[in-house]
Ligand binder design. Structure first.
Ligand code: NAD
Length: 492
């Protein structure tokens, strides 16, 4: 079994931490010890811990959910001294395996809430980070406010024994304030635009409802940096875990695989200090907005542009869809002609390099990324990933064909069968049955009333409506591939 005693005798090709994990201190507490955190933040901190003077920045993970799976994970971490192996897989099949030692403890909050609060109140803790999923911040989508009516939040506001991350963090900040211990930085690593601002809204929303004085102190002293995080990290099932262990020669209960690409761009606002992450590859900036734009408009936008027609053509994985030359041409032409000329990239970021890196990453078979997952919740994703580009192309009179084809493919894919007749279930959590039926309406323009297209409705473009309806008709009459060739390539 993987644990500290075998670090000096790891199988050939597996790198050990370049420091002694038994001797590091705790500077960071992390909520939501999922795969992404283990492949991303913990990976960077692991690199930092190997540098002189950085050994106080070890991480203690906290799990908030009770139940068998969480307890099993806690037992597995304890048995392995919180060590685990991370396999970085390149698209060409190259692999590097390292044991990560940055996690020095793991606490299951429902089993020992006092230990979690004591730790959070400890002056050595200077950053509280989190990956609690996009929906974990409990923000009302329509008002943009923290939802005080949520049952667990109401319970936490009424008692001094917290159960939510908001309850724990705000109670800990109250204790630190009362004891004269300074604040810590609250660092969101979830995939949200301006994730620090979202976290700030959430924690301040909770704090205001609990104690306005405390909220004012938090507002004045706690920093919530925005960060752009990027590293595709799939979930690991038993078969994948077995294959990872067979390849590494380790007996690891918690092995992970991730891509060889990684990026973390963070605003340098840490109220209580931070590790020397810049020496571990993290990019510190004053404003993360430009990086978020590039990621959303290039990586996320082309991911769904590949997914919708890819699903219709019968593909199920991202890498296999990208190996289809017609789909690759569509994505390339979209990035080259529709996005890049209208993109305000931050200084030092070359959009052409970024385009090549996106396509290289999508081609990685080790990620085994599912097109149905990528294309799921298309309604929300289109609003976030395509809107700015569509608005730009509409306002400068650009070529609408690729955009029209992408939208047409989305609407056809909503019908739940690929062109070979194989059925699948599209995931659209925000659409009701009546809205979904619009995709089946005889009037092929009726579905343009869906919220996915709200972002450019005010521009009122009959040309785009016509192009979408014509593209849908083409997909049905001449088939997805012929329509793709007609619409998806370079201009005539
Ligand atoms: P995961 O399922 O492995 O882990 C999610 C973790 O969050 C679990 O530990 C879970 O217990 C915890 N969690 C969920 N809801 C919570 C809540 N309300 N309060 C507290 N804890 C909660 O998933 P993952 O792959 O690690 O992804 C987590 C997040 O990381 C994503 O939602 C996304 O924002 C971000 N991310 C993931 C990737 C990726 O490729 N996996 C890439 C970039 C960013």
């Amino acid at each position: 079994m993987l644990n500290r005693t075998i670090l000096k005798a790891l199988p050939a090709g597996v790198s050990a931490p370049a420091y002694d994990p038994a001797t590091i201190g705790t500077g960071i507490v992390h909520f939501g010890v999922g795969n992404f955190f283990r492949a991303h933040e913990a990976f960077y901190v692991d690199r930092c811990l190997a540098l002189a003077g950085q050994q106080g920045w070890g991480i203690v993970g906290v799990g908030l959910t009770a139940g068998g799976r969480s307890e099993r994970k806690a037992e597995q971490f304890a048995a392995q001294d919180c060590l685990y192996s991370l396999t970085e897989a390149a698209p060409d099949g190259g692999r590097a395996v390292r044991v990560i030692g940055a996690l020095r403890g793991y606490l299951l909050a429902p089993a020992d809430p006092k230990a979690v609060l004591d730790l959070l109140a400890d002056p050595s803790v200077r950053i509280v980070s989190m990956t609690i999923t996009e929906g974990g911040y409990n923000i009302d989508e329509t008002t943009g406010e923290f939802r005080l009516d949520h049952a667990a939040v109401r319970t936490d506001l009424a008692s001094s024994a917290p159960t939510t991350i908001f309850g724990y963090v705000v109670e800990a900040l109250a204790r630190r304030r009362a004891a004269g211990v300074g604040p810590f930085t609250v660092l969101s690593c979830d995939n949200l635009r301006h994730n620090g601002d979202v976290a700030r809204t959430a924690f301040l929303g909770f704090a205001r409802a609990r104690d306005p004085d405390l909220a004012a102190w938090i507002e004045a002293h706690v920093s919530f940096p925005n960060g752009m995080v990027d590293r595709i990290t799939p979930s690991v099932d038993d078969a994948t875990a077995g294959a990872l262990n067979a390849a590494s020669g380790l007996d690891d209960a918690l092995p992970l695989v991730t891509e060889d690409f990684t990026q973390w761009v963070v605003e340098d606002r840490f109220c209580a200090g931070r590790p020397a992450l810049e020496e571990a590859g993290v990019q510190f900036v004053t404003d993360v907005t430009g990086y978020e734009h590039v990621k959303v408009r290039m990586l996320n936008a082309s991911h769904i542009l590949l997914a919708f027609p890819g699903i219709l053509l019968g593909y199920r994985q991202v890498d296999e869809a990208l190996r289809d030359p017609d789909l690759a041409r569509l994505v390339n032409a979209y990035l080259e002609l529709d996005v890049i000329p209208r993109l305000d990239a931050p200084p030092g970021l070359d959009p052409q390099d970024y385009r090549r890196s996106v396509l290289r990453r999508f081609s990685n078979p080790a990620m085994a990324d599912q097109l149905l997952r990528i294309g799921g919740d298309g309604s929300s994703k289109i609003q976030v990933f395509w809107t700015e580009t569509v608005r730009c192309v509409l306002s400068d009179g650009g070529d609408l064909r690729r955009i029209a084809f992408g939208i047409a493919a989305y609407l056809e894919a909503l019908r739940g069968a690929d062109e070979t007749g194989v059925p699948y279930t599209p995931t659209e959590p925000t659409l009701d049955a009546t809205q979904l039926e619009l995709a089946e309406a005889e009037d092929l323009g009726a579905a343009l009333a869906l919220p996915a297209f709200d972002g450019w409705r005010d521009i009122q473009s009959p040309a785009l409506t016509d192009a979408i309806v014509t593209a849908r008709r083409a997909i049905r009459d001449i088939g997805v591939r012929a329509a793709l060739v007609q619409y998806g390539g370079l201009p005539d």
